[in-house]
Design a protein around this ligand. Structure first.
Ligand code: ARG
Ligand code: ZN
Length: 860
């Protein structure tokens, strides 16, 4: 079996500026479901008139060229060449000075199932152009460093016609929009449909009054209010914290049901997956509300970090994404609990980015090669990109960060910039040399950091020497790794539990480095990597009693949680290996959850056991082949042990955490529900499902309904509740997505693939809808022991569906193929079955470039 790859590789090193300057783009859309006409007029000029070059425009296979003129004249057809996905006009046919290139093309939005370019979702026209979707709309230099003002006319009988910028004309059947801010094509958007708006306004601090609209389908207005509140909070926050104001007269958000990703920051016209806009207490969970707030903020923040300053090329994607994730994380920390947010972010980083970084798909935050850019919208580019900025901020301090960001906005407003530009503003603003730090952007892989302690007691005071070593394992195409700059935040805690040294940041730059603390009265316990100050895998020798001590006394909430996590993992690993388990975790957790002075959300995080995949990863990192069934059994037994040992305490907490009054999605109420639901998950293991059944029956909110249902399904119960949920919400797509995902996810592992298979045969498994597909296929992939079932049933089921999805929507198929990215960690039997499934995909004739690249990298 050979998989061919490499024909279409793009290299960062090959960058060269576009040989033409594009100053303005005027477009007219004559919308029709099957034959939309797009008229485009580009004002172009050769960049180097003395060195004539061919004009190469991008244009997908579905774009039919109907006419083309240069300054109003039809060029000799011999000078116009269509090959693959480009249209070339030879230099001989082009003027040496500025000229107007006009085209008319025909496209078929109704046939667009890939949801890239102009497509139809629920009778509504909408677009998705990042990264390279605009070329499916018209012939264009579809690259982020070509920026132009846009003037867009939309001809259609649909009532609402939207594009970027400000509205400049509305009449029956026609709307005109002008966007004065030069932008690349990936930020273009158009929406047309029968929509209604929830409207409000925001006055910027310099006095610009901005009309705000959240557009939804009629009937959904009552679920759009939270999105609007989140937008207003985001606009205010970006002024207060970054000094950034909005720059148009209107800001529109549109919710669409068919959307490949979460949302898109098109200038002045953000388009969202409807699951990240629509929320009501009955249909959305606390987690959904928190995500909506964060993603609304994320897309809004892109207006400065992404739109006003964009990327020179797609290798620089983390320039906008890492920074914008970092900003949305800061925002959520300010709106909610900073401690809880940090712990959640680290959990997600480890689950997704560390997983990626340790497998065949590992790549640096700034890759230097790709085949299909859509495969690089990854946890590494986004979340690790944000972590790298968190490290920079820690190294230069809050003031340095602020000065660097001010300089970034001043120096690069209007630019298509690079990671080099970004690092330079930090160097110029703070005087720091970031040559070594840059490796975080260019090198893949998660460093392993070890800490060894040497304690020397002395009469006058003891000395503690900490020796750190760092090592980064090889990743694809990067075998030699040089040491990185690692900010290590630490504090020291005395034997009585008092902090003897507050948090300080050690800067590690060598492969091996020691730091000494002296004048210590007694040997302290080191609280290291506070706040998860660097995205590394730390190992240190620590016994369970000391971990329990840190869980009780650490002043840093992340480090405190981490101590509990390590304690749980040590118990789970011992149990999964059939070794004796200490009581430290079960006892320490009892003390912690009884502490009513601690934030309920923090207690909930400590009480939730590490997931099965997390346990598998820990084992793998210790050189042990994970056994999914043994891991599942060990986790179940520890959960049961917790429930039995602390039955009284948990029962009391379950009652005490009841939230009175109407549902509110705020952090305080959500925290109480999260603790109560974590308690419920444990108690359901020993109460026969009684509490969960009662809760499901009486609650009116989705947070508790789903928690109760999940707890029941895990015990092989919950059939009546599933039916009830279906009957209540059969017409609500977003709730039905939850219904489809919770079943394979929470099914007992031996049944998971069968549960997924029978769900996939239902008429309402509308698999071409990305949310529905992700719900079911992703639901099974999230069931660790179910997906990795020894008989290969999970692998086969997912592979079958990836092959079916690939010709319809390659982006979704490629993304979901990451279910397989850890396949080499498992035993020979599972590896053989996973490899067979991957090879079956690779053998498909006409497999998309997207999925082919992913599968080739995973098999390599
Ligand atoms: N820029 C968008 C965001 O992060 C993501 C769009 C990605 N789209 C894609 N087809 N890869 O907010
Ligand atoms: Zn983004």
């Amino acid at each position: 079996m050979t998989t061919t790859t490499g024909q279409n590789v793009q290299f960062l090193a090959d960058y060269r500026p576009y040989p033409f300057v594009l100053s303005s783009t005027r477009m007219t859309f004559r919308l029709s479901a099957t034959d939309t006409r797009v008229l485009t007029a580009l004002s172009l000029a050769p960049r180097h008139p003395d060195r004539p070059e061919d004009l190469v425009l991008d244009g997908g296979k579905g774009v039919r060229l109907l006419s083309l003129t240069i300054d109003g004249a039809v060029p000799d057809p011999a000078h116009v060449r269509r090959e693959g996905e480009t249209l070339t006009i030879t230099a001989a046919a082009l003027p040496r000075h500025s000229f107007l290139l006009e085209t008319e093309v025909g496209i078929d939005p109704s046939a667009n199932t890939a949801f890239e370019g102009l497509y139809i979702s629920n009778e509504m026209f909408c677009t998705q152009c990042e990264a390279e979707g605009f070329r499916h709309i018209t012939f264009y230099p579809d690259r982020p460093d070509v920026m132009a003002t846009f003037h867009v006319t939309i001809d259609s009988d649909l009532p609402v016609l939207l594009s970027n910028g400000n509205p400049v004309g509305q009449s029956q059947g026609r709307a005109e929009w002008h966007d004065p801010w030069p932008k690349p094509s990936y930020l273009f958007a158009l929406v047309a449909g029968d929509l209604v708006a929830v409207s409000d306004s925001f006055t910027t601090r310099s006095g610009r009054k901005v009309a705000l609209n959240v557009w939804v389908r009629p009937g959904d207005q009552d679920r759009a209010g939270f999105a609007m509140e989140s937008l207003i909070k985001s606009m205010k926050w970006d002024e207060d914290v970054y000094g950034r104001e909005y720059d148009l007269d209107v800001f529109n958000i549109v919710a669409v049901d068919d959307f490949n990703m979460g949302a898109m920051e098109n200038k002045g016209l953000n388009i969202f997956n409807s699951k990240l806009v629509l929320a009501s207490p009955e249909t959305a969970t606390d987690g959904d509300y928190e995500r909506i707030e964060a993603v609304i903020a994320h897309e809004y923040f892109h207006n400065w970090t992404g739109n006003r300053i964009t990327c020179r090329d797609w290798f620089q994607l983390c320039l906008k994404e890492g920074l914008t994730v970092f900003r949305d994380q800061q925002f959520t920390s300010d709106m909610r609990s900073a401690a809880v947010k940090r712990i959640e972010d680290v959990q997600a980083l480890r689950a997704r980015q560390f997983r990626e970084d340790q497998g065949p798909l590992a790549h640096p935050p700034r890759p230097d090669r790709y085949e299909e850019i859509n495969n690089f919208y990854t946890a590494t580019v986004y979340e690790k990109g944000a972590e790298v900025i968190g490290m920079l901020k820690r190294l230069v301090g809050d003031d340095g960060y602020r000065r660097a960001l001010d300089l970034y906005f001043n120096r690069h407003d209007g630019d298509a910039a690079t990671i080099e530009d970004w690092l330079k503003v930090f160097e110029d603003a703070t005087g720091r040399d970031l040559t070594q730090f840059k490796r975080w952007y260019t090198d893949a892989g998660t460093p392993r950091l070890t800490m060894a302690e040497d304690w020397q007691p002395a009469e006058a005071g003891g000395t503690l020497a900490l020796t750190f070593t760092q090592e980064t394992p090889a990743t694809p195409r990067q075998t030699e790794k040089l040491p990185r700059v690692i900010p290590i935040a630490l504090g020291l805690i005395g034997p009585n539990g008092d902090e003897v040294a507050p948090t300080q940041v050690l800067e590690m730059t060598e492969a091996k480095q020691s730091f000494t603390f002296d004048g210590l009265g007694a040997r302290p316990v080191v609280s290291v990597l506070r706040g998860f100050s660097a995205p590394v895998i730390l190992s240190r020798r620590l016994d369970d009693a000391t971990r329990a001590f840190l869980l009780a006394h650490d002043t840093d909430p992340f480090a405190r949680w981490e101590a509990g996590r390590d304690l749980a993992l040590s118990a789970l690993i011992a149990a999964s290996q059939g070794q004796p388990v200490t009581r430290d975790y079960v006892e320490a957790i009892g003390r912690l959850i009884a502490d009513d002075s601690a934030d309920p959300a923090f207690r909930a995080l400590c009480l939730s056991l590490p997931g099965e995949e997390e346990i598998a990863t820990r084992l793998f990192n210790q050189g042990i082949t994970p056994d999914p069934d043994a891991i599942h059994a060990a986790r179940e037994s520890l959960a049961r042990d917790l429930a039995e040992t602390h039955l009284d305490l948990l029962s009391r907490l379950y009652t005490a955490m009841t939230v009175e009054g109407p549902y509110r999605p705020d952090a305080a109420d959500a925290a109480r529900r999260s603790l109560r639901n974590a308690v419920l998950a444990l108690l359901t293991r020993i109460d026969g499902g009684e509490r969960a059944e009662v809760l499901f029956g009486v609650t009116g909110n989705m947070t508790e309904r789903i928690a109760a249902l999940t707890a029941l399904l895990r015990r092989g119960r919950g059939q009546a509740e599933l039916t009830a949920l279906h009957d209540l919400f059969a017409d609500n797509r977003l709730v039905m997505d939850k219904w489809f995902s919770v079943q394979p996810m929470a099914a007992p592992p031996a049944q998971a693939a069968q549960v997924a298979r029978s769900l996939s045969q239902r008429k309402d498994f509308d698999w071409k809808n990305p949310n529905r597909f992700r719900a079911l296929i992703g639901g099974l992939s999230a069931n660790h022991a179910g997906f990795h079932a020894a008989d290969g049933s999970g692998y086969d089921f997912v592979a079958d569906w990836l092959m079916r999805m690939d010709p319809v929507n390659p982006q979704i198929a490629a993304r979901m193929s990451t279910a397989f990215e850890t396949w080499t960690r498992y035993d020979a039997g599972r590896r053989a079955k996973a490899l067979a499934a991957l090879e079956r995909i690779a053998a498909v004739q006409g497999l998309s470039k997207n999925t082919r690249e992913m599968v080739s990298r995973m098999i390599a």
